[in-house]
Design a protein around this ligand. Structure first.
Ligand code: NAD
Length: 505
């Protein structure tokens, strides 16, 4: 049906109404001109937007209530600043992440005391350069006989984020870029052991954005984070969406929350190497991924299952590529020190020992009783399938290698070790059947073939990067679209230019 209904107002009336509505919705004096496609960028977002009671705090708060109020004010200001305002804010976050990466990466390294300095710096740079931004916010259009439907991606409002110690400021950086690109603001409850660098980064981001476009507190932070402040953020009425990046406990808490949650949960990525693999390439890839930041990445290779036919050759390839092989006795010594028990009663379970988590390969080698070579990045050794290093997400640069009868056994053992997290898996093989079987059985969010795990985040592979990979809730590698809600605007019949001119009358 292409004719207008008799009750439809004429187009001139509609235009008058729209202009009247735009006028009444214009921001108050002093808040800059309203945004619109014809307005030039600078006047749209430059100058003070509106002074707020929280301006000048640069995102640092001791109370969750205040942080959410400030983020709510900032959200309304960001709405008025439009897409141009989002872009400008993100440019500052990117610039600071890149320009201050050495200083902030060094701060993070000294505060958290885990990982590798060069990678703390590199992570900030890469996120600054390659996190997806407003270009991801597109609209979809359905056009047909009955008119037009436009689907737009609208912000949620204030997002509550929980971030890990393994990448304190990098996670906040990536989250901030994506969330602001989606038009949101965020309150972060950082890991207590990475709170200082988190606060310094957030302060720098907000100060620069405030100076430029007059909006403060787009990214807010609870300066003294605890489990209680995390709980308060989860349950706060002003928080419209939760985004959690962390291990099993916080992932469970978020999944049980009454609010919609995007959960970037734990991983324990297995690697399978079969007899068709290029073993030298596999060894170089495994070292690159597993040694990165001392194995702190949730996507990093954590245990390797190799078919018996090439087992010894693969271990030799690892040594050729620079990894240090431990003897069986040294592996036992390290296992006893590196994996410990935690929790009480039914909740008692194996965890990585804090003293060795994220430490250098040389430290692990010495703990095992081996003499490390200069520059060694990864230690490894043969273990049984039931060695604790296999099921535990160790987050340290030691990899257990398990000998398997054939590729089917390797794939099944890999699936067991992944615990159904559906996070990341890696295979080195040129056998399409083996790749397909592993992909189907493990059903992981990231599945990397013949490369290092980091290729799954676009580093040496295709695609984009984020340090929040939503696994149990299914959003995958998060983007600005992850933090938006769909809104549909339907226009019935008129305004669509296709169709017969006769039907207009
Ligand atoms: P963690 O679970 O100890 O802490 C993560 C955050 O959750 C911290 O801010 C912590 O204070 C908070 N937290 C912990 N228990 C909580 C609870 N019950 N309620 C509310 N908040 C709670 O993890 P971590 O050691 O900081 O980080 C490593 C873990 O995070 C690994 O398991 C890793 O796989 C995972 N991780 C996942 C991703 C991903 O994208 N999927 C990214 C990075 C890290």
């Amino acid at each position: 049906m292409a004719t207008a209904t008799p009750s439809c107002p004429d187009i001139a009336t509609i235009v008058r109404q729209v202009i009247a509505e735009l006028r009444s919705a214009a921001p108050p004096a002093g808040s800059g001109p309203p945004t619109g496609t014809s307005a030039p960028l600078a006047p749209t977002v430059a100058g003070p937007v509106a002074s707020t009671s929280f301006a000048g705090r640069h995102g640092i708060f001791t109370s969750v209530d205040e942080a959410v109020s400030a983020a709510t004010e900032a959200f309304h200001q960001l709405e008025r600043a439009g897409i141009a305002g989002r872009k400008r804010a993100i440019e500052h976050i990117r610039r600071i992440s890149i320009d201050d990466s050495v200083e902030l990466g060094t701060m993070e390294f000294h505060e958290t005391r885990i990982g590798r300095l060069e990678h703390k710096i590199e992570k900030l740079k890469v996120l600054g350069e390659r996190s997806p931004g407003v270009e991801f916010i597109t609209s979809e259009v359905f056009s047909g006989d009955h008119g037009l439907a436009v689907i737009e991606h609208a912000p949620f409002g204030v997002i509550g984020a929980i971030t890990p110690v393994t990448h304190s400021l990098p996670t906040i950086t990536g989250n901030a870029v994506s969330m602001i690109a989606g038009g949101n603001t965020v309150v972060v409850n950082p890991h207590p052991s990475g709170k200082k660098v988190a606060a310094e980064g957030v302060r720098r981001f907000n100060a620069a954005i405030h100076r430029d476009i007059g909006i403060d507190n787009l990214v807010c932070l609870v300066a003294e984070p605890t489990l209680e402040t995390a709980g308060a953020l989860f349950n706060h009425r002003g928080v419209k969406l939760i985004c959690v990046t962390g291990g099993p406990a916080v992932a469970r808490a978020a999944l049980q929350s009454s609010k919609r949650a995007i959960v970037a949960g734990p991983g324990n990525p297995p690697v399978v190497v079969d007899q068709t693999a290029d073993l030298d390439r596999a060894a170089r890839s495994i070292i690159q991924g597993a040694a990165y930041d001392n194995n702190l990445l949730c996507i990093a290779e954590k245990q390797v299952f190799v078919v018996a036919e090439v087992f010894e050759k693969m271990l030799a390839a690892m040594e050729r590529a620079g990894a240090l092989r431990l003897t069986a006795g040294q592996v036992d010594t390290l296992t006893g020190k590196a994996i410990v028990m935690a929790g009480e009663g039914a909740h008692r379970h194996q965890v990585p020992c804090k003293d060795l988590l994220g430490q250098d390969a040389a430290v692990l080698a010495r703990a095992a009783g081996a003499a490390p070579r200069d520059g060694v990045e990864l230690v490894f050794g043969e273990t049984a399938a039931d060695n604790p290093f296999v099921p535990v997400e160790q987050m340290m640069p030691f990899l257990p290698f398990v000998r398997c009868k054939d590729v089917d056994e390797a794939i099944h053992r890999a699936a067991d070790s992944e615990h159904g997290f559906r996070h990341t898996a890696i295979i080195h093989s040129h056998d399409v059947r083996a790749m397909t079987k592993m992909g189907r059985l493990l059903d992981t969010t990231l599945f990397v073939k013949n490369g290092p795990s980091v290729a799954g985040l676009g580093l040496g592979g295709e695609g984009y990067i984020s340090f929040s990979i939503a696994t149990p809730t299914g959003e995958g590698v998060t983007t600005p679209l992850t933090f938006t809600r769909q809104r549909r605007c339907t226009l019935v019949d008129d305004l669509r230019i296709l169709g017969s001119a006769d039907s207009i009358g």
